[in-house]
Design a protein around this ligand. Structure first.
Ligand code: ZN
Length: 297
């Protein structure tokens, strides 16, 4: 099997829903730990309105403090203003979010899906020295509209692919997907856009996250978002919970012979450290059980 990229998203998705607001230095330490553990790319922050997401108020400061030119720092953006901030901060990549349902797009970023795609089209039409990927949020279901029909998701995917991003991510923002949904939707994107790299962003809200990850890989997704300890959640989706845990995903992939470039022991150590910073037990399981047992002498 090919290599799989793990994108560490704890510095962004992981801590944006936490009561404890980590200071910039702690965030930089977390990013450093992700880099040291071998994360292929790291989503370091999101450039959103600090009044709406106070956990990300220091986005510009965190991003400008990172070492330049490593080719792996991603900033999440919802609109032109967010994109301009990501560019000014010297990040390597912008992850532009388009929500598959209008109601959620409206609540998340104050515009319709179509208006957000129009903003993306404008951004892509300007010179942009950084990579731009697109995440289709609520690709498997919406907390406000319910089912997101495959046709609707594909309309949004098609419109986003047409503007020329480097990658399309399907996000299960509220953790409702099942492996068969993942297979169906990844296959649909692959059939329509065979050359477009596919990334998955999964939440383990209903304990289907790791099964979904495996289904996605088998269907051809080549990059997966995950967060140390399985922390995470969306401030604008009711009852949203954490991402799939990086170290749980890594354990499954390591034991299945899939290469990621990440180190399990370092990932577990990072999850434990993050747990101590947040001051409460986090959902990750491998950090509690440990990796495959080592034979005692
Ligand atoms: Zn998320």
């Amino acid at each position: 099997m090919e290599n799989i990229e793990i994108i560490e998203v704890s510095p962004r998705d992981g801590i944006q829903n936490e009561k404890t607001i980590l200071d910039s230095q702690t965030k930089l330490t977390l990013i450093e730990m992700a880099r040291d553990a071998g994360a292929a790319r790291i989503e370091v922050t999101s450039f959103v309105n600090p009044k709406r997401v106070p956990q990300m108020a220091d986005a510009d400061e965190v991003a400008t403090s990172l070492p330049r030119g490593t080719g792996q720092h991603i900033g999440l953006t919802l609109n032109q203003r967010g994109f301009d901030r990501a560019l000014a901060a010297g990040l390597d990549e912008a992850n532009f979010v388009v929500v598959a349902s209008d109601t959620f797009n409206q609540k998340n970023q104050g515009a319709t899906t179509e208006q957000t795609i129009a903003a993306l089209r404008n951004i892509m039409a300007q010179p942009h020295p950084i990579r731009i990927g697109v995440t289709i949020a609520a690709a498997f279901g919406c907390p406000f509209e319910g089912e997101v029909p495959l046709d609707r998701m594909m309309q949004v995917v098609d419109a986003c692919v047409a503007v020329g991003p480097v990658e399309i991510a399907l996000a299960d923002t509220i953790g409702v997907a099942t492996p068969r949904d993942v297979t169906t939707r990844v296959n649909a994107v692959r059939r329509a856009h065979p050359d477009m790299p596919i990334r998955l962003h999964l939440h383990n809200t209903r304990n289907t996250g790791i099964a979904n990850a495996w289904a996605g890989i088998e269907a051809g997704a080549r990059a997966l978002d995950a967060s140390f300890g399985g922390v995470g959640g969306c401030p604008f989706a009711p009852r949203a919970t954490g991402n799939i845990a990086t170290e749980d995903l890594l354990y499954m992939l390591d034991r299945s012979g899939v290469k990621t470039g990440m180190d399990l022991d370092k990932s577990i150590a990072a999850a434990e450290w993050l747990q101590s910073q947040l001051g409460h037990t986090v959902p990750g399981m491998v950090m509690k059980a440990g990796g495959f047992p080592k034979i005692m002498a």
